[in-house]
Write a protein that binds this ligand. Structure first.
Ligand code: F6R
Length: 359
């Protein structure tokens, strides 16, 4: 069943290109995006959206907020389900409440959804499992089309979640007439190229395999990024934590100087997400500050960067989402290779279950 791969997580990482093709099937037309599950008139009624989720799905939600505000111009709020439930939240009665879940069974996410429904809000589930509790409880659903995910550490479901949110942002932007023709064309062109960006390149996987032996010690990792690369940094850190059991933290790069930089020394490994197409000079100067304090820098970037101790080179793209997806694969495989070297069972990490049905 693993089809020659060592772990389901590895197989699922390699499957992402096919998943992206499935997600786009029938959804890109001449006039833009089609999301037949969601009538445009229905969507146009809402003045805001709240995205609520846990774990990796929460990181997808954070990414979605950048996309929804940028493309659909819809005010977007993101909530961790376990916090949301108990803080007596005030919901926008004219807003849409959306949950994101691979399994459709996460207890906190399900309860958050019920809470919003009970307050009379319309609800949307972005979910990978049809007929799951979350799908049954939501008024509308977009199925993620990632296929069955077996690895406890989520990979292809995250891709599917981010893709679904991106499609939603474009579709909603179209419905609200917020997208210029150029922007729409640029987004559609980028969507069509994701399949290539998420395809694992043997050169990169081999490089990560060789590089991983240098990062098995030390007292921790920081993953840093800006804009959509900030939630991706959170996700990279979570992947590493889950399967390697090493301490890793994701941080918005611009926040490092407000405290965490105090930790910087040669044994602090900083994985810097340095896309070319998005705030490049800003992240560069954040990394320079860390390098000046002797942090060991692993740069994921498109070009030579003199301050990096190691560079993982990705291809240059003219759209941040393409750099996002290519970096995402690097982070998934980096976590995998480190965990394998440490002798861990990547598909069955200690203390974790695939679906968290208790709060
Ligand atoms: C991380 C991971 C978890 C889940 C979280 C939510 O790799 O898999 O953090 O993302 O438990 O699960 P779902 O998406 O099923 O609601």
């Amino acid at each position: 069943q693993k089809e020659g791969f060592r772990y389901f997580m590895e197989k699922e990482t390699y499957e992402q290109s096919a998943v992206v093709s499935d997600i786009l099937t029938g959804r890109i037309g001449k006039g833009g995006i089609r999301l037949d599950e969601l009538p445009a008139d229905w969507l146009k009624r809402f003045s805001s959206i709240t995205l609520c989720a846990c774990g990796t799905s929460y990181h997808a939600a954070l990414t979605g907020a950048y996309l929804l505000e940028r493309l659909a111009k819809v005010p977007t709020r993101v909530e961790i389900a376990s916090e949301f439930r108990y803080r007596e939240p005030i919901l926008d009665p004219t807003g849409l409440f959306a949950v994101i879940s691979q399994s459709g069974e996460t207890a906190d996410t399900l309860e958050a959804l019920k809470l919003a429904s009970a307050q009379g809000l319309e609800t949307l589930a972005l979910c990978n499992v049809d007929n799951s509790s979350i799908v049954r409880a939501a008024s509308h659903t977009v199925l993620l089309r990632a296929g069955i995910e077996k690895g406890v550490a989520s990979t292809k479901a995250f891709t599917a979640q981010v893709m679904a949110l991106w499609l939603l942002a474009i579709y909603w932007g179209q419905a609200r007439s917020e997208l210029s023709e150029e922007t729409l064309a640029r987004e559609l062109d980028a969507l069509r190229r994701v399949r290539v960006a998420v395809k694992v390149q043997p050169r990169v996987h081999d490089r990560l395999h060789r590089l991983s032996k240098r990062y098995l010690h030390g007292h921790g990792f920081f993953f840093i990024g800006r804009d959509i690369f900030y939630p991706l940094a959170l996700e990279g850190a979570l992947k590493l934590k889950e399967i390697s059991y090493l301490h890793a933290e994701g941080y918005p790069a611009g926040e490092m100087k407000h405290g965490p930089i105090a930790l910087a020394d040669a044994e602090l490994f900083t994985v810097a997400l340095m896309p070319r197409s998005c705030l490049h000079e800003k992240i560069k100067s954040n990394v320079e500050e860390l390098s000046a304090r002797d942090a060991t820098i692993v740069a994921i970037t498109t070009e030579y960067f003199e301050l990096a101790d190691d560079i993982i080179q990705i291809r240059a793209y003219d759209h941040p989402m393409l750099e996002f997806f290519e970096m995402m694969v690097v982070l998934q495989l980096l976590a995998l290779e480190i965990a394998v070297r440490l002798g861990n069972d990547v598909d069955m990490p200690r203390n974790l279950a695939k679906s968290v049905t208790v709060e």
